[in-house]
Design a protein around this ligand. Structure first.
Ligand SMILES: [Zn+2]
Length: 78
């Protein structure tokens, strides 16, 4: 059952990402965790939207860190 729910989650994420629009520029999806620099892999489930871009995190604590101090980590987005 776990695999199926992950699949559904992934599909929902793709739908959400494709329905977001921004007239100024294309939204990006960053490939690394801005807190620790780890490269994203398909198991990552933690993300947030920052300035219309999708930011992925290796853990819930790194996500919380970013949400609490987005400016501190904005330069680490890549
Ligand atoms: Zn991290």
């Amino acid at each position: 059952m776990k695999k199926i729910s992950l699949l559904i989650l992934g599909t929902l994420l793709i739908i959400c990402e494709s329905t977001k629009t921004d007239a100024r520029r294309e939204p990006k999806s960053y490939k690394t965790c801005p807190i620790c620099g780890m490269v994203r892999d398909s198991t990552w489930m933690n993300y947030t939207i920052y300035k219309n871009d999708t930011v992925w995190f290796c853990s819930t604590s790194d996500r919380a860190d970013f949400i609490n101090h987005p400016k501190k980590y904005a330069s680490e987005l890549k």
